[in-house]
Write a protein that binds this ligand. Structure first.
Ligand SMILES: NC(=O)c1ccc[n+]([C@@H]2O[C@H](COP(=O)([O-])OP(=O)(O)OC[C@H]3O[C@@H](n4cnc5c(N)ncnc54)[C@H](OP(=O)(O)O)[C@@H]3O)[C@@H](O)[C@H]2O)c1
Length: 228
């Protein structure tokens, strides 16, 4: 066991859920947030099976007041690591040209992936150890032109810029973790098994040198080189 604590938003599915299991198996305390209580319960069961004792809380990251009260209620002591994985893409990836994106979907994506990300990091900082780390999951669509990704791709570019901004302004180490394409609801099940990349987040949380992560992007190559 360790006395370290990780907060994961978007823990009710995909990468967040696999990362929760990974940290729990390594003895971390896990605080798990998502909107769906039923889906969070499924993750909590898997985390318990991995030896953890998860704390769960329903939260919609688009509402900063909800985020504040959720953290105040369920963060046990100090947070060592925050993984703000909550994000959304309201269409199949590759199938929504930006010029055809729907205004209501654009608003949902920006509210969740940008405003919500900002709110989770901002509100978490008050609970964080000064040497803690924030690991923002993102992918190459944030940096490379990729057809049909609608507002999701620009939202992830903004997410990466938010990580850089916090890195410049706060004591904690804030960086982007890029796991490549991972098979989740967000990718319609295409890509690597989330369990195969979960270890990358634990590496970024503990072993990656802070200077390589702070305001930077670490990806599969850096992880593999470091752990080979
Ligand atoms: N999959 C990939 O290939 C890939 C690659 C690079 C980076 N990423 C990033 O990794 C993160 C996780 O993605 P994923 O692929 O695991 O996606 P996912 O399976 O769709 O999971 C997204 C999670 O976010 C939660 N969520 C969505 N809207 C929310 C809201 N308003 N408030 C709170 N929680 C919300 C969802 O749970 P509820 O619906 O229960 O709230 C779900 O648990 C995202 O930031 C994504 O951009 C993914």
């Amino acid at each position: 066991m360790t006395d370290r604590t990780v907060l994961i938003t978007g823990a009710s599915g995909g990468i967040g859920s696999a990362v929760a299991e990974e940290f729990a198996a390594a003895g971390w305390q896990t605080v798990l947030c998502g909107r769906s209580a039923d889906a969070l319960a499924v993750t909590a069961e898997a985390v318990s099976g991995a030896g953890g004792t998860p704390v769960t809380h329903e939260v919609d990251v688009r509402d900063e007041t909800e985020v504040f009260y959720a953290l105040a209620e369920c963060v046990p002591e100090t947070l060592d690591v925050v993984i703000p994985a909550a994000a959304t893409i309201p269409h199949a990836p590759g199938e929504r040209p930006l010029d055809e994106d729907r205004y209501e979907d654009v608003r949902t994506v920006l509210d969740t992936n940008v405003y919500g990300l900002f709110a989770v990091i901002r509100e978490s900082l008050a609970f964080m150890h000064p040497e803690g780390r924030v690991l923002v999951p993102s992918g190459s669509v944030a940096r490379e032109p990729t057809p049909g990704m609608g507002m999701y791709a620009p939202s992830k570019a903004a997410a990466e810029a938010i990580a850089r901004g916090f890195a410049a302004d706060v004591d904690q180490t804030v960086g982007v973790v890029d796991p490549g394409v991972v098979a989740t609801d967000l990718t319609d099940g295409k890509g690597r098994d989330p369990a195969d990349v979960a270890g990358m987040f634990r590496w970024a949380a503990l072993e990656c040198p802070p200077a390589d992560l702070d305001g930077e992007i670490v990806g599969l190559r850096e992880w593999k080189q470091a752990t080979r």
